[in-house]
Design a protein around this ligand. Sequence first.
Ligand code: MTE
Length: 300
Amino acid sequence: MAHRWTNDLSRADITPEHIYMNRRQIMAGLAGVGLAGIAGQAQASQGLTPNSWDDITNYNNFYEFGTGKEDPARYASALTTSPWTIKIDGMVDRPGEYALGDILSKMTIEERIYRFRCVEAWSMVIPWNGFELSDLLDMAGVQDSAKYVAFETLYRPDEMRGQKFSTIDWPYVEGLRLDEARHPLTIMATGLYGKDLPKQNGAPIRLVVPWKYGFKSIKSVVRITLTDRRPPTSWNKLIPREYGFYSNVNPKVDHPRWSQASERVVGGGLFSRRQDTLMFNGYESQVASLYKGMDLAKNF
Ligand code: MTE
């Protein structure tokens, strides 16, 4: 497969693994303040000491396992990730249930070192392992009529106990415009830091779109549908005023309850610096053309 992308980040930029795995704990340590307070609470971090490995893998956002931050680590082991299939349907020439093993045997897994910008106003640099979504779409043969790609997470309440509650209208769903999905930066990730994805991080396969806020990156994907209608997305359905379809990292569009103009860089010396948030999370030269002529304050 031809490489259509080059990396501007090096291994030296990577956020240390234990800090990546630990960031929610770190952020929560700042808080008691809720999301809105985090950006303004940088000073509070100074007294934090590094957490243990147990802490590190005990703090995640994966509502299928519960809304508590420790729920995913506690309960995600119940998830069966093998065998795993992805149903690809809708406007494709070759719809069907694709076994993950078959998909992976045809893909080149490579490392992508990407900035990860959370809507909670912090950022990191993460080494993902994965392949371009576009290559998977080609396997199924996208028809000319398709304009959007819809994604769905597994619905299996027996294994995902959070799905017994109606926090979200299950299954968790996400969507991209077809040109966003086809962009060479958009990957399906199967690992991070050179290892398989931990279950609480979306095993065995998840979406990663580096110029969008982290919540767009849907975990444990079992279905991909090509459609000509803009698909619903879980966060937009839940709180439309706060989370739009596009969810591009955009310092000029505030979250209704806090600013998105800057971010705390998590890493090295914890909270060592704050930086201005870059348009499209620093990927402006690669992706700005996708949004030419659009009012990004309306299409947030
Ligand atoms: N995908 C599913 N299926 N369920 C979820 O609850 N949470 C989202 C996103 N993908 C979520 C999901 C949110 S809010 C975030 S911030 C990222 O996953 C976090 O991914 P990470 O924990 O691997 O960084």
